[in-house]
Design a protein around this ligand. Sequence first.
Ligand SMILES: [Fe+2]
Length: 198
Amino acid sequence: MSFKLPELPYAYDALAPYMSAETLEFHHDKHHNAYVTKGNELLAGSGLEGKSLEEIIKESYGKNAALFNNAGQHYNHIHFWKWMKKDGGGSLPGALSSKIDSDLGGFDKFRADFIAAGVGQFGSGWAWLAIKDGKLEIMKTPNGENPLVHGATPILGVDVWEHSYYIDYRNARPKYLEAFIDNMVNWDYVLELYEAAS
Ligand SMILES: [Fe+2]
């Protein structure tokens, strides 16, 4: 296989004012595209050609840092675009809501802990809601890493690299994370991944 940049699932201005067209143009067309281009260069001759993206991530972890980070970022961004939608946020689908109640102490605690994970990730990285051994967990990872290499399946992730928020929020990462949860998350896609992983 080779990596391929997916189309954004909405117009560049669909998430405004919470995420501007300018941010999405740079983030998707430049940053994600660079991970795809660099990832394909690094995949050639790596011995992992022909594997799935998930396998490439798991098998390059700890062995081929450059390929791992580019493949990880490709995977993370494919989902990141789908984890957002126009008029996102709002109430959770029932099955997910009750699981968050039982595993994470309810939506308000989940929201606070997820934002804290994103704020607390020093430097570039991601905050996650993932499922591991049947239980929901909040995680954070540096750079292109994700829960797949920790035996977990991510069902929601937020990019806390500065390229994701600096144009719209400058250094105010907490404000960006609040807007992500309250106004951008596509809970239907989170539910789809949760049901697939359960
Ligand atoms: Fe990014």
